[in-house]
Design a protein around this ligand. Structure first.
Ligand SMILES: [Zn+2]
Length: 330
């Protein structure tokens, strides 16, 4: 496979030059699929809400979001494709498994009886599409949180690494920043022969720890400053990082010359079974957690603090283009 100048989206193949300004870590919905079977929601109301929010984000100049919703988070690609068509927002979709500790039974038992099952499963989704939809994921996702590299988490990371090398499709991670899980992920990916410049280590901007950021950057990966709008640290409310500190980190990293390795996002969603809209409205630290926070607040603040428009364009346009314009399998 030669150089790849096209990228798959929920609604078909586009040139990487058509990605435009891209938010690299978002979700349309994060759900528990079984819960939704037993407790159905108002599908039309939810879709309409998503269409409205993503159309608003697109009006602000963001033309693509990367939806990192994978197994464990209730991925539903026909729904995402419909929302993309109706909102005009291009959506790159992912495959992978989101777990902090144990694999879902389906993956665990199949991997036990047929080692390599999970990597093959990921490759098949990328090459042939998901189910009968024809929709092909264009990025792999794995996650490591406070439990660290459990046996099952390691299986996911190694499976993602192998599927990445067989397809060339890039990798994006959830990595608990305070326990420096990004470095542990890089170590395993490197053991699998992964070129770390084709990996986005997520959630590095969750903590005001430039040393951690620079260690991840030194090994060549992109870093995700990808939870803007949250002023608690993801699921770890005790590690509070207010927005002004998150912006200060971004500004300082640009000043140190790292704009070519940074990507941004909110990691938000229209609705989540873990933090519902009702909960979000009353939870401290989440009032700004919405699409458009980057465009309305973060970018203007970075500009006001001396970050050049060239660096902003590098982060929002050029880096996503480079991540998806990959060099193929290796
Ligand atoms: Zn996420």
């Amino acid at each position: 496979m030669g150089d790849q100048h096209t990228v798959e989206t929920a609604t078909g193949t586009i040139s990487v030059d058509e990605l435009g300004a891209t938010s690299m870590h978002e979700h349309v919905f994060t759900l528990n699929a079984e819960l939704r079977i037993n407790y159905p929601w108002d599908e039309e109301e939810m879709v309409a809400s998503a269409v409205e929010q993503l159309a608003e984000f697109k009006e602000r100049g963001i033309s693509t979001i990367v939806d990192l919703t994978v197994y464990g988070l209730g991925r539903d690609l026909p729904r995402v494709a419909r929302i993309s068509r109706e909102s005009g927002m291009q959506i790159v979709v992912a495959t992978g498994v989101y777990t902090f500790r144990d694999l879902p039974t389906f993956f665990r038992l199949n991997e036990m009886s047929r080692p390599g099952f999970i990597a093959d499963f990921f490759v098949r989704e990328v090459e042939e599409g998901v189910g009968g939809t024809g929709i092909r994921p264009a990025i792999f996702k794995c996650a490591t949180d406070t439990y660290g590299i459990t046996e099952d988490v390691e299986t996911v990371i190694r499976s993602v690494a192998r599927a990445h090398r067989r397809t060339g499709v890039p990798i994006s991670t959830h990595a608990h920043a305070a326990s420096q899980q990004g470095l542990a992920q890089q170590r395993i990916l490197e053991e699998e022969g992964v070129d770390l410049s084709r990996v986005v280590i997520g959630h590095v901007g969750d903590i005001a720890d430039l040393e951690y950021a620079e260690q991840v950057l030194a090994r060549g990966s992109f870093i995700g400053l990808d939870r803007f709008g949250i002023s608690i640290n993801g699921m770890h409310a005790e590690e509070a990082t207010p927005t002004d500190e998150r912006i200060a980190i971004a500004v300082e990293l640009c000043r140190r010359g790292y704009a070519s390795q940074m990507v941004m996002g909110h990691d938000t969603n229209v609705e989540s079974d873990s933090i519902t809209r009702e909960q979000r409205a009353v939870m401290p630290g989440l009032k700004d957690w919405r699409f458009t926070y980057i465009t309305d607040e973060v970018v203007p603040a970075m500009r006001a603090q001396g970050v050049s428009q060239a660096d902003i364009d590098q982060i929002l346009i050029e880096n996503p283009r480079r991540i998806f314009a990959h060099g193929g399998a290796y």
